[in-house]
Design a protein around this ligand. Structure first.
Ligand SMILES: *Cc1c(COP(=O)(O)O)cnc(C)c1O
Length: 388
């Protein structure tokens, strides 16, 4: 059996994989089992912040792995505290809870919001408003939070206490009742098609939440860690949430999730009200430190510049109808169907993602201009070749 047949036999069929098996890579180049190279415009869904097997990351991981691989959260470990301190410094938030994924970070945010409200107001104030077209994960609570009907099948009953509103101030305000404890948003809806929320909407919403003691949860799982051109996208929007969730790019390729709490929420979780075995694993946190410590103002400036450069070049291509997104999180609406574009790019040695009907481009934060040009040239060929 070849790898494709074995995968089909032994792996649960939750993914519609592309017919390629990657065996190695360096920075923004991936290499498959036949030795063919690909330019990586996907970073494994905004995860490999500094590309594949980046030297600093590999050193941080292997150095920590040689020292201490795991202890459990019953004990103190250095990498966890060091990463938390760095995240607090860069985010303006106050405390961190470490988990292992984006969905888990959102679970902690949901639990925290409900406990904050319970502690202060008692039973019954538990509703969380999320946006139509949002994506918050695959666990029971986070698929319920996800504002897309396609996710609300098969697994009944879903959780109580989630309400969906359109991404405008009036709709959210109308959805708020005496039962509302929090509003949860992505500032750029990633899976929803790389759609940035309107700035006035977001600032109005943030002030309204503050005035009414409704917690604002910002899901930065995809937008965070420099991806938007800001360390967290909310910094570009000029707001400070009560809870922030982070994952994907945080440890540059290793599994990690972080829930960040602001002043209001930093002491809501008390002993044994939440926890996880693997969360804050020393190797993952050392990887996170290696990534986060490199995201300084210079890097963020270059992410903005490269994002603008890519957007301009993409907009000039024949076959591109519109370009959306922030920083190096870019959605491209093409005249050709997105599935066809993604597959043809792969054949020609370029990895791009999709989000709904758009081509989604999220390269490593430090991708070179040379590879940006080469990748866009491949996309241009794909958009303009005619099939016989
Ligand atoms: C990917 C994603 C999640 C889920 O993260 P997992 O690590 O897959 O659990 C949640 N929210 C947003 C915005 C995401 O992009």
């Amino acid at each position: 059996m070849n790898i494709f047949e074995k995968d089909q036999k032994y792996i649960a069929s939750t993914y519609k994989r592309k017919e390629v098996c990657f065996v190695s890579g360096k920075k923004s180049i991936l290499t498959d089992s036949k030795g063919k190279n690909y330019i990586d415009f996907g970073s494994g869904i905004a995860v490999s912040s500094f590309g594949i097997s980046d030297n600093n990351l590999v050193d941080a991981i292997s150095g920590q792995a040689r020292l201490l691989t795991h202890t459990s959260n019953h004990y103190y470990t250095l990498p966890q505290v060091e990463l938390a301190e760095l995240l607090v410094e860069k985010s303006g938030m106050s405390k961190v809870f470490f988990g292992n994924s984006g969905a888990e970070a959102n679970e902690a945010a949901i639990k925290c919001a409900r406990k904050y409200s319970f502690d202060k107001y008692g039973e019954g104030r538990y509703e969380i408003i999320t946006l139509v077209n949002s994506f918050h994960g695959r666990t029971m609570a986070t698929i319920t939070a996800t504002g897309q009907d396609v996710f609300h099948q098969y697994f009944n009953p879903f959780l109580e206490g989630f309400v969906y509103a359109a991404a405008d101030f009036e709709s959210v305000k109308n959805a708020i009742t005496a039962k509302t404890c929090a509003v949860m948003i992505e500032l750029v809806q990633g899976e929803g098609g790389v759609i940035a929320l309107d700035k006035t909407f977001v600032t109005n919403l943030a002030s309204f939440c503050k005035e009414n003691d409704i917690l604002l949860i910002v899901d930065e799982v995809q937008t965070g860690i420099g991806r938007s051109g800001w360390f967290y996208a909310y910094q570009g929007y000029g707001i400070l949430p009560d809870i922030v969730t982070s994952a994907k790019g945080l440890a540059g390729g290793l599994p990690i999730g972080a829930t960040l709490f602001g002043e209001k929420t930093k002491d809501v979780f008390t002993f044994s009200t939440h926890g996880t075995t693997f969360g804050g694993n020393p190797v993952c946190c050392a990887a996170g430190y290696s990534v986060v410590s490199r995201i300084d103002d210079n890097l963020l400036e270059s992410v903005k510049d490269k994002g603008n450069y890519m957007k301009e070049k993409l907009l000039a291509l024949k076959g591109v109808e519109s370009v959306t997104g922030l920083g190096l999180m870019i959605g491209v609406l093409t005249t050709k169907p997105v599935a066809e574009v993604v597959d043809s790019c792969q054949k020609k040695g370029l990895i791009v993602l999709s989000a709904k009907n758009k081509v989604r481009i999220m390269p490593a934060l430090d991708i070179t201009y040379d590879l940006i040009d080469k990748g866009i040239e491949i996309l241009n060929e794909v958009l303009n070749e005619t099939f016989a």
